[in-house]
Design a binder for this molecule. Structure first.
Ligand code: FMN
Length: 182
């Protein structure tokens, strides 16, 4: 495969990850650094991909610790692994808060059942803590739009491990790419 083909194939696989729940890249690991400088990683569902802009859309509860952490430090790495392929995507998060145009559009696309997952108590809050709030689920719904600036592709193959680095401009153009030792 050429570097151009790797670029195209990876983004195709990410698109499939967003559209198909059984696809390898449907669940991704989002890594960030919290306000104490500690690394944090968690699983999120890949909701949408724009292969032209090189963005990934993820959804979260704005009351979760990651929301505040990402507001302070928007640098992230998104990690995926499927079929012997690791994708390590570096980028920057844009936070789209509840009722913003981006969040509103994403909210409308969610099923009723998924919308209701935002109505419960705050993520990470104590299980014994009873909330009397009658939450409006949508008030808690935020969108993370991640602009990818580097893709680190690594394929494990018995005799021929391969790895490539691809860099993108802010507007999504592939600006450089090279093979590196795995
Ligand atoms: C399979 C799976 C999918 C998940 N998807 C999401 C998701 O799309 N968005 C989200 O905010 N949390 C999701 N979670 C929960 C997160 O992994 C995490 O526990 C939660 O968001 C709190 O993270 P934080 O404390 O870093 O804010 C998912 C968990 C699992 C096990």
């Amino acid at each position: 495969m050429s570097l151009r083909e790797i670029d195209s194939d990876c983004w195709q696989q990410l698109e499939t990850g967003a559209s198909e729940p059984d696809a390898g890249f449907h669940f991704l690991t989002l890594a960030s650094v919290d306000q104490q400088g500690k690394p944090q990683a968690r699983t999120l569902v890949l909701r949408a991909v724009d292969r032209v802009k090189r963005t990934l859309e993820l959804h979260t509860d704005m009351r979760s610790p990651k929301w505040q952490a990402l507001a302070v430090n928007p640098d992230v790495t998104v990690l995926g692994y499927s079929a012997k392929t690791q994708l390590r995507l570096q980028g920057t998060v844009e936070l789209h808060a509840a009722h913003s145009a981006v969040a509103e559009a994403a909210w409308q696309r969610l099923s009723r059942r998924t919308q209701q997952t935002y109505a419960g108590a705050a993520p990470g809050s104590d299980i014994d803590h009873q909330s009397n709030d009658v939450a409006n689920a949508e008030d808690n719904f935020g969108v993370l739009l991640i602009r990818i600036t580097q893709l680190d592709w690594c394929l494990l193959a018995r005799e021929d491990n391969q790895r490539a680095l691809l860099n993108y401009t802010d507007d999504g153009a592939l600006v450089s790419s090279k093979w590196v030792h795995p």
